[in-house]
Design a protein. Structure first.
Length: 97
């Protein structure tokens, strides 16, 4: 399951979250509220996926897991920034596709 999840995550983190939710109870274990998982799905998909994968049942995320979740957060933030930069560049050149 882990290798397939990694392959689907390379295509889309949202697809990997959906498959993780569909075929396992990992999302329910990692998130206390379904709303937090849903918000993570829409706004911070890499962070939500990393949190669900790094969550150890009795103790939560610990040790190296915090590094993985932090890196995923940086990837999410950089994707938001790069999309904003691309939008501004398209607007300034008048190249609307």
């Amino acid at each position: 399951m882990g290798c397939l999840l990694a392959l689907f995550a390379m295509v889309s983190p949202r697809l990997a979250i959906f498959l993780l939710w569909l075929f396992s109870d990992r999302m329910k274990i990692a998130f206390d509220s379904g709303w937090i998982a849903l918000l993570g799905f829409f706004f911070l998909p890499w962070t939500a996926l990393a949190w669900a994968v790094c969550y150890q049942f009795p103790g939560g995320v610990s040790g190296f897991g915090y590094f993985v979740v932090g890196f995923a957060f940086l990837v999410d933030i950089s994707s938001w920034g790069s999309s904003e930069r691309a939008r501004r560049q398209r607007a300034s050149t008048g190249n609307y596709v």
